[in-house]
Ligand binder design. Sequence first.
Ligand SMILES: [Zn+2]
Length: 322
Amino acid sequence: MRTLVVALTLCLAAAATPALAGEVALTFDDLPTMALSPNTDYAQVTTKDLLAGLKRHHFPAIGFVNEVKLEARDKPDRIALLKAWLDAGMDLGNHTYDHPHFTTDAAAEIAETQKGEMVTRALLAERRRSPHWFRHPFLETGATDAARKTFEDWLTAHGYRVAPVSMENSDWMFAMPYDQAVLKGDTAEAARIQKAYLDFTAQIVPWYIAAAQGVLGREPKFVFLLHATRLNAESLDGLAAILKANDLKPVTLARAMTDPAYAMAEDAVGANGNQWVTRWSMTLNKPMPWATLPKPPADIEAIDDQLEGAVGPPAAPAKPRA
Ligand SMILES: [Zn+2]
């Protein structure tokens, strides 16, 4: 009897103690939206669905804004999309005005950052808050050591903190092919792309966990780079299932940034910046498991390349694109 009581007590104690959960901050770049045809209808549907999905799952998130995307005849409607993020309890950060490459001196990057906070600062001020998080476009942290230092000193002096990236799923590559399928009304193709996207995400999330464990000797709190796209808005349940399967609980960016790994020195400069797991691997001189890196499907990449060529942005770099 006593053995049974002890066994029962141990069972109850085990059930009452939550499993050690991993943590991840969800960050969405290129607000109001990254889209093939960035009209306001698309943006309204995407924003509404994305925020509804995040709220349904009780996931905190932050959106990083490119205020150039507000410049249109319907500017008030576009600003309302940013307000919707704050009304939904999410945070907003600065992703520069026009998403430039950090290939020049710090002065240009500072000007872009100042220009990029005009609307966001006012919206946050209405809530007695101010912009705090900055995400580098293309994860480019500086053209040179000197430019990096000057810019980071400016960020600190102006209340900003850099939002790193330690997990990504090349969502941008799937997003425009998905938009095209939706615009054409080709639901079978949209479903095929969405499945490919979620299959790829299900492979690369555990890859990042294993890579970070190999580099740090433990699992850090992750910061996941995503984009404000219709694909993500319509894939929230699938993404949530993948996070759950990997024992990752969404937390605020501030919470993820309490992980000491983000305080580790790293000095990356140059074009098309690395995500932070690679930066840690360079600082600690530990290898990254590149041989097992999952690759997005070649046909999706081909459609994306074709669409990028058609709409004009620069060719996609091989590294994560913020
Ligand atoms: Zn971006």
